[in-house]
Design a protein around this ligand. Structure first.
Ligand SMILES: Cc1cc2nc3c(=O)[nH]c(=O)nc-3n(C[C@H](O)[C@H](O)[C@H](O)COP(=O)(O)O)c2cc1C
Length: 181
């Protein structure tokens, strides 16, 4: 049993990445894991202002936005799963703001329990080449945090809402959840 944090990046609750997130969570719960979820695209997370005052007043970010709720979940999590659309060949700004603020754990000298990560992403482009920038960021971030990559699901051609509910995409996301024990 693992403590899994699903960090989503879309502002669309009925969109392609949320369908994948729901399927992943179903599989992960069925396998007996504890699943936490934080929808960064629906939250208010201000950009990091590099004030380096992280944890100086107890909370992760001195700005006291929704990142502080996420920080508590990250501190508990063993597996971090990013589920996000691709925006301009990278992470959407809300989830990127959340990722940026993981800097607070470095400044605050906080030990994390994270062991593994997964990336589930979708985009409108027809070729996986579109994900190169995001995958490279994901790889460098996980390497830096010494977390191992437990798998990726990259869905192309997801132009229309509902696309990831077709075919076997959600089944693949569910299987990724099930394989965590
Ligand atoms: C602001 C914005 C930027 C986007 N940038 C890209 C992009 O760079 N490459 C791409 O293939 N698709 C891009 N897309 C398309 C989305 O990645 C795609 O529609 C995805 O399925 C949306 O996921 P969602 O329904 O979970 O929000 C963009 C969409 C938006 C709204």
């Amino acid at each position: 049993m693992k403590k899994i944090l699903v960090l989503t990046g879309s502002p669309r609750t009925d969109g392609n990445s949320f369908a994948l997130a729901d399927a992943f969570i179903k599989g992960a719960k069925e396998a007996g894991n504890e699943v936490m979820r934080f929808d960064a695209g629906l939250k208010k997370i201000n950009p990091c202002i590099a004030c380096n005052a992280c944890f100086s007043e107890g909370r992760a970010c001195i700005q006291n936005d929704d990142f502080n709720d996420l920080a508590a979940l990250i501190e508990k999590a063993e597996i971090l799963v990013f589920v996000t659309p691709l925006y301009w060949y990278s992470f959407p700004s809300q989830i990127k703001a959340a990722i940026d603020k993981m800097y607070s754990f470095l400044i605050g000298n906080k030990e994390l329990n994270l062991q593994g990560a997964m990336l589930i992403a979708c985009c409108g482009d027809g070729t996986k080449e579109a994900f190169e920038g995001m995958v490279k960021s994901y790889r460098m971030i996980t390497d830096y945090l010494r977390i191992h990559d437990m798998g990726k699901l990259l869905v192309t051609s997801a132009v229309e809402k509902g696309y990831t509910k077709t075919g076997t995409f959600c089944k693949s996301a569910e299987e990724m959840g099930k394989k965590i024990k």
